[in-house]
Write a protein that binds this ligand. Structure first.
Ligand code: NAD
Ligand code: AKB
Length: 316
């Protein structure tokens, strides 16, 4: 049975991943951690929780020893839009945190899962169906930390034999916890505003395609890749994965099928628009499909139906 430590576990992914992993591996075998505490959080109340700042390596090491951890799922990071507001902090948290996690893993014999992002690609990458192995010259600090992180994870595997694994996530859509300051957040906010006010002004312009994924598929990717046979993994740390590619007008049209009064306007934010334009329109995820059986369940229509139903329950 794995004994898992999750960093950044109160965020958009961690708040749902912690609950899922506890249901699979047992509450006491999944230790959640974050910089901060949130009163009434399922993550804190459902099992062990530690305050860990990933910039402090000793805090990670102490938790690994205390709970006899063998797997670290490293989620603590600053996302793209937040990263552009404070690039120095983004570098320190994203690179310093990952370096500390990898060093602790090397010293104490843990495996590591950490997500990269579509942000690891840039304007020189192939725009449509971006291949698994392509030019990576991102133009955001977030993207710079993601491509550097992919390389660092490869290095720790090749040089020290640390079992490192990861995926390049697209924008994630979920109803449990709001996203933490990314460029793709519009695709979550639109659901809240559609249900509350029947209108939404998108900060991303019409015609701007980005890859997206519903959270159940994103969580399933972590569990499946963590359990995958390592001898089959050629691309350990940065598997392209995707579930759908759309522009703002497409998600608006899908929501309108359920809420006919819904109206979408545009109030484009130049910073996030420039970031979106620097990223791929869509990824080629065939390596993940071949090497560990990646196969998402939710397309735009299925995600929209489920998201509206779950969010309605939550907001009622
Ligand atoms: P999030 O912003 O929702 O959560 C990040 C968490 O990290 C927060 O709870 C925050 O308190 C914590 N944190 C920040 N600095 C910390 C520090 N110094 N020490 C400890 N904790 C700290 O992020 P998320 O969406 O859950 O993303 C998790 C990972 O997945 C990140 O690496 C992110 O780049 C990656 N990813 C996310 C998406 C997405 O759409 N959500 C897409 C691609 C990749
Ligand atoms: C962001 O928009 O920053 C994230 C991501 C795609 O990495 N959602």
């Amino acid at each position: 049975m794995k004994r898992i430590l999750i960093t950044g576990s109160l965020g958009q992914i961690g708040s749902e991943l912690t609950v899922l992993l506890r249901s699979i591996y047992g509450n006491d075998n999944v230790v959640s951690s974050d910089l901060r505490k949130v009163e009434g959080s399922k993550v804190i109340e459902g099992g062990p929780f530690e305050l860990i700042n990933v910039e402090h390596a000793h805090e990670i090491a102490e938790a690994v020893k205390k709970y006899k951890i063998d797997t670290i799922i490293h989620l603590a990071a600053l996302l793209s839009a937040t990263g552009e507001k404070d690039p120095v902090k983004a570098w320190n948290v994203n690179m310093g945190g990952l370096f500390n996690v990898l060093e602790v893993a090397r010293e104490l014999g843990c495996s590591v899962f950490t997500p990269s992002s579509i942000a690891a690609f840039g304007p020189n990458s192939k725009k449509v169906k971006t291949p698994q192995d392509d030019v990576q010259r991102p133009t955001t600090m977030y993207g710079v930390t993601k491509v550097s992180g992919e390389l660092l994870c490869d290095y720790y595997h090749m040089r020290f034999g640390v079992d490192t694994r990861g995926v390049r996530y697209p924008g994630l859509i979920s109803y449990e916890t709001l996203p933490g300051g990314g460029t793709t957040d519009y695709a979550v906010h639109i659901f809240y505003e559609a249900l509350k006010n029947k209108k939404y002004d998108s900060y991303i312009a019409a015609g701007t395609y980005m890859d997206m994924m519903y959270m159940p598929d994103a969580l399933n990717a972590i569990v499946t890749l963590m359990e995958a046979d390592p001898s089959k993994l050629k691309h350990r740390n940065a598997f392209n994965i995707t579930a759908m590619s759309f522009a703002p007008e497409h998600i608006a049209a899908e929501i309108k099928k359920h809420i006919p009064e819904f109206e979408m306007g545009y109030d484009v934010d130049p910073v996030r628009q420039a970031i979106a334009e620097s990223w791929p329109d869509s990824l080629d995820d065939s390596a993940a499909r071949e090497e560990w059986g990646w196969n998402p369940k939710y397309d735009l229509a299925a995600m929209t139906t489920d998201m509206l139903a779950k969010l309605r329950e939550k907001l009622d």
